[in-house]
Design a protein around this ligand. Sequence first.
Ligand code: ADP
Ligand code: MG
Length: 260
Amino acid sequence: MPTHHTDIISAQTLGKTFSVKSQAVTVLKNINFAVRTGEFLVIFGPSGCGKSTLLHTILGLEQPTSGKVVFQGQSLYDNLTEDDRAELRKHQIGMVYQQPNWIKSLTAKENVMFALRLTGLTEPAAAAKAHTALEQVGMVDWSDYIPTELSSGQQQRVALARAIVTDPTILIADEPTGNLDYESGRQLMKLLKDLNSQGKTIIMVTHDLEYLSFAKRALEMLDGEIIQELTNPAARKSKSNDLKRAGGKPPLTNQIVEDL
Ligand code: ADP
Ligand code: MG
Protein backbone atom coordinates (compact mmCIF):
# COMPACT_ATOMS: atom_id res chain seq x y z
CA MET A 1 0.00 0.00 0.00
CA PRO A 2 1.48 3.38 -0.92
CA THR A 3 2.24 5.66 1.99
CA HIS A 4 1.78 9.39 1.92
CA HIS A 5 3.73 12.02 3.82
CA THR A 6 0.64 13.30 5.57
CA ASP A 7 -0.20 9.86 6.93
CA ILE A 8 -0.10 9.82 10.72
CA ILE A 9 -0.67 6.10 10.99
CA SER A 10 -0.70 3.41 8.40
CA ALA A 11 -1.48 -0.26 8.85
CA GLN A 12 0.08 -2.43 6.18
CA THR A 13 -1.09 -6.00 5.61
CA LEU A 14 -1.67 -6.33 9.35
CA GLY A 15 -2.54 -9.70 10.74
CA LYS A 16 -2.96 -10.94 14.29
CA THR A 17 -3.35 -14.51 15.43
CA PHE A 18 -3.64 -15.43 19.10
CA SER A 19 -2.96 -18.91 20.29
CA VAL A 20 -5.54 -20.05 22.78
CA LYS A 21 -5.07 -23.50 24.34
CA SER A 22 -2.74 -24.47 21.47
CA GLN A 23 -5.37 -23.39 18.95
CA ALA A 24 -4.69 -20.52 16.57
CA VAL A 25 -7.36 -17.83 16.59
CA THR A 26 -7.04 -15.29 13.81
CA VAL A 27 -8.45 -11.94 14.88
CA LEU A 28 -7.06 -9.59 12.21
CA LYS A 29 -6.58 -10.43 8.54
CA ASN A 30 -4.81 -8.36 5.90
CA ILE A 31 -5.74 -4.97 7.31
CA ASN A 32 -4.67 -2.00 5.19
CA PHE A 33 -5.54 1.60 5.86
CA ALA A 34 -3.95 4.96 6.53
CA VAL A 35 -5.06 7.88 8.62
CA ARG A 36 -4.17 11.31 7.32
CA THR A 37 -3.80 14.56 9.21
CA GLY A 38 -7.19 16.12 9.89
CA GLU A 39 -9.27 13.00 9.37
CA PHE A 40 -12.18 11.81 11.48
CA LEU A 41 -12.21 8.10 10.79
CA VAL A 42 -14.76 5.76 12.32
CA ILE A 43 -14.11 2.02 12.28
CA PHE A 44 -17.33 0.12 12.90
CA GLY A 45 -18.38 -3.47 13.13
CA PRO A 46 -20.11 -5.90 15.48
CA SER A 47 -18.79 -6.83 18.88
CA GLY A 48 -15.90 -9.29 18.62
CA CYS A 49 -14.89 -8.40 15.04
CA GLY A 50 -11.43 -7.22 16.17
CA LYS A 51 -11.80 -3.45 16.60
CA SER A 52 -10.05 -3.18 19.97
CA THR A 53 -7.30 -5.56 18.88
CA LEU A 54 -6.73 -3.38 15.83
CA LEU A 55 -6.50 -0.25 18.01
CA HIS A 56 -4.06 -1.99 20.35
CA THR A 57 -1.77 -2.87 17.45
CA ILE A 58 -1.76 0.66 16.03
CA LEU A 59 -1.21 2.07 19.54
CA GLY A 60 1.92 -0.03 19.88
CA LEU A 61 0.41 -2.20 22.62
CA GLU A 62 -0.01 -5.43 20.70
CA GLN A 63 2.57 -6.74 18.27
CA PRO A 64 0.95 -7.94 15.05
CA THR A 65 1.70 -11.45 13.78
CA SER A 66 2.26 -10.11 10.28
CA GLY A 67 2.48 -6.78 8.50
CA LYS A 68 3.43 -3.50 10.09
CA VAL A 69 2.25 -0.29 11.66
CA VAL A 70 3.92 2.96 10.65
CA PHE A 71 3.42 5.92 12.98
CA GLN A 72 4.66 9.20 11.50
CA GLY A 73 7.21 7.45 9.35
CA GLN A 74 8.45 5.07 12.05
CA SER A 75 7.75 1.38 11.96
CA LEU A 76 6.38 0.74 15.46
CA TYR A 77 7.52 -2.82 15.94
CA ASP A 78 10.70 -2.96 13.83
CA ASN A 79 13.00 -0.37 15.34
CA LEU A 80 11.36 0.87 18.51
CA THR A 81 11.57 -0.64 21.98
CA GLU A 82 8.58 -1.00 24.26
CA ASP A 83 9.77 2.09 26.16
CA ASP A 84 9.98 4.06 22.91
CA ARG A 85 6.42 3.08 22.12
CA ALA A 86 5.24 4.09 25.60
CA GLU A 87 6.99 7.43 25.22
CA LEU A 88 5.38 7.95 21.83
CA ARG A 89 1.93 7.20 23.28
CA LYS A 90 2.47 9.61 26.16
CA HIS A 91 3.26 12.53 23.86
CA GLN A 92 1.48 11.83 20.60
CA ILE A 93 -1.67 9.88 21.35
CA GLY A 94 -4.74 10.78 23.39
CA MET A 95 -6.98 7.87 24.38
CA VAL A 96 -10.62 7.65 25.37
CA TYR A 97 -12.06 4.30 26.42
CA GLN A 98 -15.56 3.10 27.19
CA GLN A 99 -14.70 3.26 30.91
CA PRO A 100 -12.82 6.36 32.03
CA ASN A 101 -10.66 4.74 34.75
CA TRP A 102 -10.20 7.60 37.23
CA ILE A 103 -7.67 8.12 39.96
CA LYS A 104 -10.42 8.14 42.56
CA SER A 105 -8.77 10.40 45.13
CA LEU A 106 -8.33 13.22 42.60
CA THR A 107 -10.83 15.78 41.30
CA ALA A 108 -11.82 16.01 37.65
CA LYS A 109 -9.30 18.78 37.06
CA GLU A 110 -6.52 16.94 38.91
CA ASN A 111 -7.19 13.84 36.83
CA VAL A 112 -6.87 15.93 33.67
CA MET A 113 -3.66 17.50 35.01
CA PHE A 114 -2.17 14.13 35.88
CA ALA A 115 -1.36 13.21 32.27
CA LEU A 116 0.52 16.49 31.95
CA ARG A 117 2.46 16.16 35.20
CA LEU A 118 3.82 12.87 33.78
CA THR A 119 5.34 14.87 30.91
CA GLY A 120 7.18 17.05 33.44
CA LEU A 121 5.04 20.18 33.28
CA THR A 122 4.91 22.40 36.37
CA GLU A 123 1.71 22.53 38.42
CA PRO A 124 0.58 26.03 37.42
CA ALA A 125 1.20 25.30 33.73
CA ALA A 126 -0.65 21.99 33.99
CA ALA A 127 -3.55 23.67 35.82
CA ALA A 128 -3.89 26.29 33.09
CA LYS A 129 -3.91 23.68 30.32
CA ALA A 130 -6.40 21.51 32.23
CA HIS A 131 -8.67 24.52 32.60
CA THR A 132 -8.59 25.14 28.85
CA ALA A 133 -9.26 21.48 28.05
CA LEU A 134 -12.20 21.36 30.47
CA GLU A 135 -13.51 24.55 28.91
CA GLN A 136 -13.37 22.93 25.45
CA VAL A 137 -15.66 20.12 26.61
CA GLY A 138 -17.94 22.40 28.64
CA MET A 139 -16.94 20.94 32.01
CA VAL A 140 -15.12 23.81 33.77
CA ASP A 141 -17.91 24.15 36.33
CA TRP A 142 -17.33 20.55 37.40
CA SER A 143 -13.53 20.88 37.77
CA ASP A 144 -13.52 20.31 41.52
CA TYR A 145 -15.89 17.34 41.57
CA ILE A 146 -14.68 13.81 42.05
CA PRO A 147 -15.33 12.31 38.60
CA THR A 148 -17.38 9.39 39.91
CA GLU A 149 -19.89 11.91 41.31
CA LEU A 150 -20.66 13.00 37.74
CA SER A 151 -23.04 11.41 35.24
CA SER A 152 -21.60 8.98 32.68
CA GLY A 153 -21.94 11.59 29.94
CA GLN A 154 -20.14 14.22 32.02
CA GLN A 155 -17.42 11.72 32.93
CA GLN A 156 -16.78 10.97 29.26
CA ARG A 157 -16.47 14.68 28.56
CA VAL A 158 -13.84 14.97 31.31
CA ALA A 159 -12.16 11.86 29.88
CA LEU A 160 -12.06 13.65 26.55
CA ALA A 161 -10.47 16.70 28.20
CA ARG A 162 -7.85 14.38 29.73
CA ALA A 163 -7.14 12.90 26.29
CA ILE A 164 -6.66 16.24 24.52
CA VAL A 165 -4.86 18.15 27.26
CA THR A 166 -1.43 17.03 26.00
CA ASP A 167 -2.37 18.25 22.50
CA PRO A 168 -1.74 14.83 20.97
CA THR A 169 -1.11 14.30 17.26
CA ILE A 170 -4.05 11.93 17.18
CA LEU A 171 -7.03 11.15 19.38
CA ILE A 172 -8.08 7.51 19.51
CA ALA A 173 -11.39 6.49 21.04
CA ASP A 174 -12.53 2.92 21.66
CA GLU A 175 -16.34 2.82 22.02
CA PRO A 176 -16.40 6.16 23.92
CA THR A 177 -20.20 6.23 23.77
CA GLY A 178 -20.58 2.59 24.82
CA ASN A 179 -21.97 3.42 28.26
CA LEU A 180 -23.94 6.49 27.33
CA ASP A 181 -27.60 7.12 26.70
CA TYR A 182 -28.61 8.42 23.27
CA GLU A 183 -28.45 12.15 24.09
CA SER A 184 -25.11 12.00 25.97
CA GLY A 185 -23.70 9.87 23.17
CA ARG A 186 -24.65 12.45 20.58
CA GLN A 187 -23.26 15.24 22.76
CA LEU A 188 -19.92 13.47 22.97
CA MET A 189 -19.89 12.86 19.21
CA LYS A 190 -20.64 16.53 18.64
CA LEU A 191 -17.61 17.42 20.80
CA LEU A 192 -15.43 15.02 18.81
CA LYS A 193 -16.70 16.57 15.60
CA ASP A 194 -15.93 20.08 16.88
CA LEU A 195 -12.42 19.02 17.87
CA ASN A 196 -11.94 17.56 14.40
CA SER A 197 -13.16 20.82 12.83
CA GLN A 198 -10.48 22.58 14.87
CA GLY A 199 -7.87 20.32 13.31
CA LYS A 200 -7.61 17.30 15.62
CA THR A 201 -7.14 13.97 13.86
CA ILE A 202 -9.45 11.31 15.29
CA ILE A 203 -9.96 7.57 15.01
CA MET A 204 -12.96 6.14 16.79
CA VAL A 205 -14.25 2.60 16.87
CA THR A 206 -17.85 1.71 17.60
CA HIS A 207 -20.39 -1.02 17.05
CA ASP A 208 -23.13 1.62 16.95
CA LEU A 209 -24.17 2.74 13.48
CA GLU A 210 -25.94 5.72 14.99
CA TYR A 211 -22.64 7.59 15.12
CA LEU A 212 -21.36 6.98 11.61
CA SER A 213 -22.78 10.25 10.35
CA PHE A 214 -20.31 12.26 12.47
CA ALA A 215 -17.29 10.87 10.63
CA LYS A 216 -15.65 12.01 7.43
CA ARG A 217 -14.81 8.45 6.46
CA ALA A 218 -15.74 5.06 7.84
CA LEU A 219 -14.34 1.55 7.55
CA GLU A 220 -16.55 -1.43 8.17
CA MET A 221 -14.99 -4.46 9.87
CA LEU A 222 -16.30 -7.99 9.94
CA ASP A 223 -14.53 -11.07 11.30
CA GLY A 224 -11.14 -9.37 11.46
CA GLU A 225 -11.25 -7.83 8.00
CA ILE A 226 -12.06 -4.42 6.59
CA ILE A 227 -14.87 -5.21 4.20
CA GLN A 228 -15.92 -1.77 3.10
CA GLU A 229 -14.93 1.89 3.05
CA LEU A 230 -17.56 4.63 3.19
CA THR A 231 -16.27 7.99 2.06
CA ASN A 232 -19.29 10.05 2.98
CA PRO A 233 -21.01 8.48 5.97
CA ALA A 234 -22.81 11.75 6.75
CA ALA A 235 -25.04 10.99 3.77
CA ARG A 236 -26.70 8.33 5.88
CA LYS A 237 -28.07 10.90 8.31
CA SER A 238 -30.54 12.52 5.92
CA LYS A 239 -31.61 9.11 4.66
CA SER A 240 -32.48 7.78 8.11
CA ASN A 241 -34.26 11.03 8.95
CA ASP A 242 -36.30 10.66 5.80
CA LEU A 243 -37.22 7.17 6.86
CA LYS A 244 -38.23 8.35 10.31
CA ARG A 245 -40.36 11.10 8.84
CA ALA A 246 -42.04 8.62 6.56
CA GLY A 247 -42.78 6.46 9.60
CA GLY A 248 -40.67 3.66 8.17
CA LYS A 249 -38.55 1.36 10.27
CA PRO A 250 -34.83 2.08 10.28
CA PRO A 251 -33.14 -0.18 7.74
CA LEU A 252 -30.95 -3.09 8.72
CA THR A 253 -27.21 -2.65 8.87
CA ASN A 254 -26.51 -4.13 5.46
CA GLN A 255 -29.18 -2.09 3.80
CA ILE A 256 -27.88 1.12 5.32
CA VAL A 257 -24.43 0.32 4.04
CA GLU A 258 -25.58 -0.66 0.58
CA ASP A 259 -27.78 2.41 0.30
CA LEU A 260 -24.76 4.64 0.73
P1 ADP B 1 -14.13 -5.89 19.38
O1 ADP B 1 -13.34 -4.79 20.01
O2 ADP B 1 -14.50 -5.64 17.96
O3 ADP B 1 -15.32 -6.27 20.18
P2 ADP B 1 -11.83 -7.53 20.07
O4 ADP B 1 -10.68 -6.98 19.31
O5 ADP B 1 -11.92 -7.18 21.50
O6 ADP B 1 -13.19 -7.20 19.30
O7 ADP B 1 -11.81 -9.11 19.97
C1 ADP B 1 -11.82 -9.79 18.72
C2 ADP B 1 -11.67 -11.27 18.96
O8 ADP B 1 -10.36 -11.54 19.42
C3 ADP B 1 -12.61 -11.83 20.00
O9 ADP B 1 -13.07 -13.07 19.56
C4 ADP B 1 -11.74 -11.98 21.22
O10 ADP B 1 -12.19 -13.02 22.03
C5 ADP B 1 -10.39 -12.28 20.62
N1 ADP B 1 -9.26 -11.84 21.46
C6 ADP B 1 -8.98 -10.57 21.81
N2 ADP B 1 -7.87 -10.51 22.58
C7 ADP B 1 -7.46 -11.80 22.72
C8 ADP B 1 -6.35 -12.42 23.41
N3 ADP B 1 -5.46 -11.70 24.11
N4 ADP B 1 -6.25 -13.76 23.32
C9 ADP B 1 -7.13 -14.49 22.60
N5 ADP B 1 -8.18 -13.97 21.95
C10 ADP B 1 -8.35 -12.64 22.00
MG1 MG C 1 -13.75 -3.63 21.69
